[in-house]
Design a protein around this ligand. Structure first.
Ligand code: SF4
Ligand code: SF4
Ligand code: FES
Length: 233
């Protein structure tokens, strides 16, 4: 029996998409393997770089009962992978006007009372493709520690995988983004230098210099850029 190979000599491997077996090159990501197999991706794809969270995928490997999770644009295929994409996860999202809220534990608990139901089981942490300790930020949320939730969830890309298997039916990422919004608007330390510079800009201190820059040609701008002062490393 001959083994199927790519033109570069790679041996093709079997993966299952929507229950159908396809032979694909082993070096592809799940997303590229789906396209190699002929799927045109319209939903469940966005940045292709691991940032937008649109390509959440659950999969099993033949002969292994464990359920795995990953981003389709980042996870490389394995032989015998059974793939199921989750382009959208219908988790509850509270409506609010951030300008009307106070950065207090009561705000978290009143918009997301289910937060207090978290069992601390850690299933969410195991599912997170960003390796965020979701359980830890949920525990911080239960303590009403908005700054800690914001810090621990900083790398969240809103893919929804943590919510997919939560036995307490939490929408962890929606709670986390509320905490980051509250932190960013009300709690993050303000830079005094930034405030001073903004006041200088508003007072017109740089108007003349900006007008001059805007009058220059691209070549003149490039020459100015090359000749700029750079602080020594
Ligand atoms: S999966 Fe749900 S119940 Fe378990 S720790 Fe995470 S948020 Fe809490
Ligand atoms: S915390 Fe949840 S929504 Fe955010 S990246 Fe991790 S699994 Fe995805
Ligand atoms: S396509 Fe954006 S994270 Fe995968």
């Amino acid at each position: 029996m001959t083994t199927a190979r790519t033109s570069e000599g790679e041996e093709l491997i079997p993966v299952y998409i929507m229950g159908k077996c396809y032979m694909v090159p082993p070096s592809l990501t799940i997303m590229k393997a789906m396209e190699w197999a002929g799927y045109k991706l319209i939903r469940g794809v966005g940045c292709r770089g691991g940032f937008c969270g649109a390509c959440a995928t659950a999969y099993r490997i033949q002969g292994d009962p464990k359920l795995y999770f990953g981003l389709a644009c980042q996870t490389v295929v394995q032989p015998g992978m059974y793939l199921a994409q989750l382009p959208f996860f219908p988790a509850r999202r509270a409506s609010y006007d951030i300008a009307q809220l106070e950065p207090t534990p009561t705000t978290l608990f009143s918009l997301y009372p289910e937060l207090l139901r978290c069992l601390g089981c850690g299933t969410c942490t195991k599912a997170c493709p960003q390796e965020i300790d979701v359980r830890a930020y949920m525990a911080a949320g239960m303590r009403g520690d908005i700054a800690k939730v914001a810090d621990l969830s900083f790398d969240c890309i809103m893919c929804g995988l943590c919510a997919a298997r939560c036995p307490a039916e939490e929408a962890q990422y929606n709670i986390a983004i509320l905490a980051r919004r509250l932190y960013g608007r009300y709690l993050a330390p303000r830079s005094r230098h930034l405030q001073e510079r903004l006041e200088e800009i508003r007072a017109g201190k740089f108007d003349e210099a900006i007008a001059e820059l805007k009058s220059l040609s691209v070549e003149e701008l490039k020459a100015r850029y090359e000749a700029r002062d750079i602080e020594p490393a």
